[in-house]
Ligand binder design. Structure first.
Ligand code: PMP
Ligand code: GLN
Length: 386
C-alpha cells in the first residue's frame, strides 16, 4: 500500500525512531560486520534446557498456563531468590512470569504511572524506559550517572523528587555502563523514598553477571526498599536465550496485585513449555551461580584483545558490556563513529549517546562481549589495527 493515510495520527512518541539495537544489528548484517552491538550471545544455550522444554511439549503442556506463570517456575524462582538474597517472596502472590524484562517494565509502568506523574530515571538510560513512561502520559525526569565512573548523585536525585514523583527506576548491574549500585546507594535510595508513595522499579536483568567477587546488591535483599519495589529479571541473560523472551517480576502482595491487573490484559501469560523447561533447568543452581565466572573470563579476554589498541577501556564491574573512549582515534560524534566502525572496520558497536535524551556525547561506545572466543579474537584483530 503506497497511498498515505489522511488520518491525523498524533503520535504518542513523536521523537522515537527505531531502537538503536535494531539499527546497528541491521547495519552489521548489511555490511557483514562482526556484531558486537546488540546484547546477545553468539553461542548456543545448553541442550538439556531444550530437552526439558521438548519433554514438556510432548507431555502436552501446550495450552494456556496460569496467568501468573506455571507454579513450577514460580516456586523455582522463590527458592533461588531466598537462597541468594534472603528474601521470601510468596510464589502464589508475589511472583509473576513475564514475556521478558521489557514487558515486565512496560507493564509495571502502565500499572503505576498516571498521566502527569513523574518518573526519575538515570542517564545513560536503557532505551525502553522513557518511551514506556511517555506512552502512558508520564514525564521522565533525568538524573545523571556521573561520567566516567557512572555513579549516581543522590543529592541530585533528592532535588528532582517532587510531589508528582511516582516512580524511580534503577538498573544494576547497569546497561550500558557496566557500573553497579552498592549497599550505600540502596541505603541512600531508602532514605530518599522513606514515608513517600514512590514505587521503585529495579531492573536487575544482569543480576548474575557481577565481577571481581563483588556482591549483587539486589533490592530484594534490602527489606525497607523491597517493600516498595518491583524487581525485574530476565532468563534471556542468565541462560543465553534472549530470543525466548521470558523474565519475571517480584513484588510485595499489594504491588503485585496491581501489576497483575495490567499483566493479564497485556499478555495474559507466557508460553508454557519454555517456562517448564526453565523451571527444571533452574533446579541446578550452578547454572546461574557459574555465570559471573563465565562472563568474567570473557570480559578479561576481550580487554586483553584491546590492550594493544588505541581504545581507552572504562571499568566493567558487571553485565556483558564493555565501554570504551575513542578520542585517540577519532573526533567524530559517537553515532558517526559507530557507523564508520561498522562499515569500514567491520565491527558493529553501540553509540552511548543513544542512552541520553538530549544526545549527550562523551565519545564513548559500547561493545558486547557475550561472544565466542573466536568472535572476540577476530574483532580484536580488527580493533587493534585502527
Ligand atoms: N533491561 C535491560 C537493562 C536490558 O539490558 C535488557 C535487554 N538487554 C532488558 C531490560 C530487556 O530484557 P528482555 O530481553 O528480557 O526483554
Ligand atoms: N538489551 C539489549 C542490549 O542492550 C538489546 C535488547 C533489544 O534489542 N531490545 O543490547
Amino acid at each position: 500500500m503506497t497511498q498515505s493515510t489522511a488520518i491525523k495520527l498524533h503520535s504518542k512518541l513523536p521523537d522515537v525512531g527505531v531502537t538503536i539495537f535494531t539499527v546497528m544489528s541491521k547495519l552489521a548484517a548489511d555490511c557483514g560486520a562482526i556484531n558486537l552491538s546488540q546484547g546477545f550471545p553468539d553461542f548456543q544455550a545448553d541442550a538439556s534446557l531444550f530437552e526439558a522444554t521438548f519433554r514438556a511439549m510432548q507431555a502436552g503442556r501446550n495450552q494456556y498456563p496460569p496467568m501468573t506463570g506455571v507454579p513450577e517456575l514460580r516456586t523455582a524462582i522463590a527458592t533461588k531468590v531466598e537462597a541468594l538474597y534472603g528474601a521470601r517472596y510468596d510464589a502464589e502472590q508475589e511472583i509473576t512470569v513475564t514475556a521478558g524484562a521489557t514487558q515486565a517494565i512496560f507493564t509495571a509502568i502502565a500499572a503505576f504511572v498516571r498521566a502527569g506523574d513523574e518518573v526519575i530515571v538515570f542517564e545513560p538510560v536503557y532505551d525502553s524506559y522513557v518511551p514506556a513512561i511517555q506512552t502512558v502520559g508520564g514525564t521522565a525526569v533525568f538524573a545523571q550517572l556521573q561520567f566516567p565512573d557512572y555513579k549516581p548523585d543522590w543529592d541530585q536525585v533528592r532535588s528532582l523528587i517532587s510531589p508528582r514523583t511516582r516512580m524511580i527506576i534503577i538498573n544494576s548491574p547497569h546497561n550500558p555502563t557496566g557500573s553497579l549500585l552498592d549497599a550505600a546507594d540502596l541505603a541512600a535510595l531508602a532514605t530518599l523514598t522513606r514515608n513517600s508513595d514512590i514505587v521503585v522499579l529495579a531492573d536487575e536483568v544482569y543480576e548474575h553477571i557481577v565481577f571481581d567477587g563483588e556482591p549483587h546488591e539486589s533490592v530484594a535483599r534490602h527489606a525497607e526498599l523491597a517493600a516498595r519495589s518491583i524487581v525485574v529479571s530476565s532468563f534471556g541473560k542468565t541462560y543465553h536465550i534472549t530470543g525466548w523472551k521470558i523474565g519475571y517480576v517480584l513484588a510485595p502482595r499489594a504491588l503485585m496485585a496491581e501489576f497483575r491487573k495490567v499483566h493479564q490484559f497485556n499478555v495474559f501469560t507466557v508460553n508454557a513449555p519454555c517456562q517448564i523447561g526453565i523451571a527444571e533447568y533452574m533446579a541446578d543452581a550452578s547454572r546461574h551461580l557459574g555465570l559471573a565466572a563465565f562472563y568474567e573470563e570473557k570480559r578479561d579476554f576481550f580487554r586483553s584483545q584491546l590492550a594493544g589498541s588505541r581504545f581507552e577501556l572504562l571499568p566493567c564491574r558487571g553485565t556483558y558490556f564493555q565501554l570504551a573512549r575513542y578520542d585517540a582515534i577519532s573526533a567524530l560524534p559517537d553515532r558517526e563513529f559507530s557507523q564508520w566502525m561498522t562499515r569500514e572496520v567491520g565491527v558493529a558497536v553501540i553509540p552511548v549517546s543513544a542512552f541520553y535524551h538530549a544526545g549527550r556525547d562523551d565519545h564513548v561506545i559500547r561493545f558486547c562481549f557475550a561472544k565466542q572466543a573466536s568472535t572476540l579474537t577476530a574483532a580484536g584483530e580488527k580493533l587493534r589495527r585502527i
